[in-house]
Each structure stands twice: as C-alpha cells, then as structure tokens.
Write a protein that binds this ligand. Structure first.
Ligand code: NAD
Length: 508
C-alpha cells in the first residue's frame, strides 16, 4: 500500500562565534509556511543568554582586530570574494523566502534574491568612497594647529528586523555594518529566520570573514532582541519594525545611550494628478500597494485621486485588483501571497470591517478569496474608496493588501492632507508634468518620493523616515556613515608656551 510521505522539516541551528549551535537551554520552536500553515522548519528558541553569547563573541572579534583593523580596501575586496560565493549558492533562497514569509516566488526570485546580493556588493563598493581621514580647514584660532577627522567603526552593532523582507533586511543590516569594520549580531523576526541563517551559512562557507564578526540569533520571543538593545556591550542598534516597537527600542537603548537607527512604519500617500498617464498610474498604484500583499513599510496605501479622473481611475483600478491571482506563494502564477500569520490575517480583516463601518465604500475584496482552500492566510486585494480622512483606514498602517482612496480637487489642500500623518516614510506623485511633480514632491514630508513609480530602492539612495517613521538613514554613504564614530584629532604646531594664552586663564 502506498504511504504518504511526511513533509520534510529542516532543523536549523543559529550562528554564534563562527559555530552552529542550538539555544543555550536546548529549546526549539516551529517555523510555519503561511501559504499552507504547515511546519517547514525547527529553529533554536534563543533566550537572553544566547544573545549574551553572541554579544561576547562580537565584542571579542571586534577587539581582536582581525576584521576591524583591516584597511577599507582589504575589507571590500574580501566582501567582493564573498559575493561570488553568494551568487553560486543562492539558487534556493527565493523558494525558501517564499515558503517562509509568503513572498510570491516571482517577486522573491526577481527582487529579493538579486537585490540582497547586490546590496552586499554595493555596500562593499560604496564603503571605498567613505574617507576615513578628512583634513579640517586651516585653524588658527586661538592659535595655529593642524586638525583632522578620523572615522572609526562603531564597534558591536545589533540588527533587529521584521518578517516582511527577511532576506533583504539580513543584508541591509549585515553588509553596511561589516563593510565599515564593525561586528554584528542579527536578530531575525520570530516568523522568518530561515534565509538569514542561509546567508550566514553561505558567508561561513567562504571562511573569509573572521569568526564572531557575524552572528545570527533566532527565537520566538523578543527576549534576544531586548538583550541586544539593553546590553551595554552593544554600541549601536539598527532596528526595523513597527513604530510601537521602535518607541520601546529607543526608550530601552537610552539607558546606555546607544547609537539608534529606526526604520519604522508608514502610511505612504500618493497624489494622482489629472494629467497622469492612467496606464502607468493605475498599474503603479497596484504595484505600490499590493506587492508583497501590502506588507511593505513603504507601500502606497493612501492614494488621492483628482476629481476629474476619479471614476475612470477607480473603475479600471478595481477591475485590475480583482484580476490579481491570490494563492500559494511558491506557485509561479501567484501574484499576491498570504499574509504572515493568523494574527495578521485577523487584524487586516478587522481593519477592513472597521473602514467600512467608518463610512468607506468597499469597492472590491474585503475577505478571503473563493479560489483558495481553507488553509493559508489569504486576503483578497481590497480597495476602499471615499475613505473618510480621519478614519483609521486612512490614518493607520494596516500592513495587508488594503488600499484607501480619497478624492481631491485643490493641490495645496491635498498636499496638506497627504502630510497630515504621524508617519513620513514615503510618498508619490503621478503626473506627466515632471516639473510640477517635483514641486509637489518637495512639499511632501517624507524620506522618499517616487514620481511615476513606486518601491524603487537603490543601494546608493538614503532610506528612512520623517516623524514617527524613523530616525537616521540606511543605505548609500548616508547609511554607511552611521556605522562609524567620528573623532577629531588636533595636532599642535609647536606653539611657544608664551602664545598659549588659554592656559594662562588657569596658570597665568
Ligand atoms: P515588530 O516591531 O513587531 O518586530 C520587528 C522586530 O523587532 C522583530 O524581530 C521583533 O522580535 C523585534 N522586537 C520587537 N520589540 C522589540 C523590543 N522591545 N526590543 C527588541 N526587539 C524587539 O514588527 P513586525 O510586526 O515584525 O513588522 C512589521 C512592521 O515593520 C511594520 O510596522 C512595518 O511598517 C515595519 N517595517 C518598517 C520598515 C522600514 O524600513 N521603515 C521596513 C519593513 C517593515
């Protein structure tokens, strides 16, 4: 009689001090595939003790200097060698990402994997342009001295990330930190530790980065992350996650006055002008909000459409939204995958119901697609129109496939409405008039503005938020500089004692 094979469940270990180890207490937890609700892996359930081991390893490696004391050229050249290996072994990463966090495999293969590797390469390349020594302008006040600025690595850095782009975030935290000579501990989200561990495995296989420079600790609770934020041996925390958690991280990091960079939530607004190319604006709006089923911090979840084109825009947008194929993320036909877990599924559906109760019109979606079975956390691409501007659907981050549409007729008034948010991560303008669009972009209070596009990130461009979307910047020279301390060194120019009149305020 034929037997049904049990699904394969991989057991992972975490990466501390160049070793593959279980959690200190030996505990493990289950990692779930959100498309099927099946267990796909077992990972170490770390505690604060594991984080402490990783911090100690990172500190040792930093002090030893095998990485931190290398020249920039040496570090970048080693990272370029690592990239060759990442390219060779990354064939399965797209599938794993898709299985673990519900990223549609087309997107995981075309965006997440190549972008992640490119980020690693680009950080190594851009680090070469950061000057480690910079002469200061001639100083002769109070007397002549020679002054320069020296940059140094910050030391031990922690990267704490959410579940929506686990592979990309792994690179966004590890690559700039090590490029600038730091040691790093990455704490992936509880739900999505797998691709982070695969990246660590691939880097480990090269044997090129000294042990302890990169560490990855996994766990189902916030405890290891909390340890990273509170421990005095950690010099910097680069946190990506919700605004609520960011507030806690900032507060907890204050006790030891750490460097903190926060990449937090968003409710990004786009303004569709009456002269917009509607083919571009409609497809771009769909891409902006429904890519990664709306679980993207910079998703364009609020769209303001001009009265003159409103009806046509909505009718075409809704037809296209209805046609999006929702299903198992590992299926190449899937355009919209599941949200991450049951809690997120319930939360998104509740927010949609609330939006309708608050007066919005449900133009499409709003529930579970008929085409999927009863397993998996699937939600239809949902468009809410004529959303009251003070309702939660218009103001709060939903983090699911939900678009809130409002009308406008006066450009100054709509810019004010777009800016009226606790968030300020991203924004967009859809218009054929480039000059006019740039004028609107300049008035939008957010860290990134796309004109006739969305989600386009570039490793050379700064990423970060205004207001409660965050503090500091990642990527490019802006992000790399945040992984350095800046030291002023003053060298006296043999000024005779009699001319050192400042000393005389005490000694004269
Ligand atoms: P979350 O804030 O719940 O968790 C993010 C990470 O922080 C997880 O690893 C979690 O374990 C850890 N964490 C939470 N509280 C902590 C604390 N007090 N100390 C230390 N670690 C702590 O976020 P989430 O629900 O996993 O992700 C979704 C959120 O992330 C959304 O709000 C989204 O907008 C945001 N996000 C922001 C960006 C950006 O670049 N601005 C990018 C992606 C996601």
């Amino acid at each position: 009689m034929a037997t049904i094979a049990e699904p394969k469940v991989a057991t992972y270990q975490q990466y501390i001090d160049g070793e593959w180890v279980g959690a200190a207490g030996g505990a493990t937890y289950e990692v779930i595939n959100p498309s099927t609700e099946e267990v796909i892996a077992i990972a170490p359930a770390s505690t604060r003790e594991d984080a402490q081991r990783a911090i100690a390893a990172a500190r040792r490696s930093f002090e030893a200097g095998d990485w931190s004391h290398k020249t920039q050229l040496q570090r970048s050249q080693i990272m370029f060698e690592v990239v060759k290996h990442l390219e060779e072994v990354s064939g399965g990463w797209g599938f794993l990402e898709s299985q673990n966090n519900g990223s549609p495999i087309r997107k995981a293969s075309v965006i997440d994997v190549p972008f992640a590797i490119e980020w690693f390469r680009s950080m190594a390349e851009q680090a070469l342009s950061i000057p480690w020594y910079e002469p200061l302008p001639w100083i002769d006040q109070p007397y002549v001295s020679w002054n320069f600025v020296q940059r140094e690595p910050v030391g031990v850095c922690a990267g704490i990330v959410p579940w929506n782009f686990p592979l990309l975030f792994t690179m966004w935290k590890i690559a700039p930190a090590i490029a600038m000579g730091n040691s790093v501990i990455l704490k992936p989200a509880a739900q999505t530790p797998l691709t982070a561990l695969e990246v660590a495995r691939a880097i480990d296989e090269t044997g090129l980065i000294p042990k302890g420079v990169i560490n990855v600790v996994t766990g189902p609770t916030i405890d290891p992350g909390a340890e990273l934020v509170e421990n005095p041996e950690v010099d910097k925390v680069a946190f990506t996650g919700s605004t609520a958690s960011g507030r806690n991280v900032m507060r907890e990091a204050a006790a030891t006055i750490k460097h903190v960079v926060l990449e937090l939530g968003g409710k990004s607004a786009s303004i569709v002008c009456p002269d917009a190319d509607l083919d571009i604006a409609i497809d771009g709006t769909l891409f902006g909000v429904f890519m990664q089923q709306g679980e993207a911090c910079e998703a364009g979840t609020r769209v303001y459409v001009h009265d003159d084109i409103y009806d046509q825009f909505i009718s075409r947008l809704v037809d296209s939204a209805r046609a999006l194929r929702v299903g198992d993320a590992t299926d190449f036909d899937t355009q919209v995958g599941p949200v991450i877990n049951r809690q997120q599924y319930d939360s998104v559906l509740a927010r949609i119901r609330q939006g309708v109760a608050d007066g919005a019109t449900l133009a499409c979606g709003g529930g579970r697609p008929a085409s999927v079975g009863d397993r998996g956390f699937f939600i239809e691409p949902t468009v809410l129109t004529d959303v009251p501007s003070d309702s939660t659907a218009a103001t709060e981050e939903i983090f699911g496939p939900v678009l809130a549409v409002q009308r406008w007729s006066d450009i100054n008034e709509v810019i004010q409405r777009a800016n009226r948010s606790i968030y300020g991560l991203a924004g967009g303008v859809w218009s054929r008039d480039t000059r006019g669009a740039i004028e609107i972009a300049k008035q939008m209070r957010c860290g990134t503005v796309w004109i006739n596009d969305w989600h386009l990130l570039n490793p050379a461009a700064p990423l970060g938020g205004y207001r409660q979307s965050g503090v500091g910047r990642e990527h490019g020279i802006y992000g790399l500089r945040e992984y350095t301390e800046v030291k002023h060194i003053m060298v006296d120019q043999n000024v005779p004692r009699r001319d050192r009149y400042l000393w005389d305020t005490l000694l004269g």
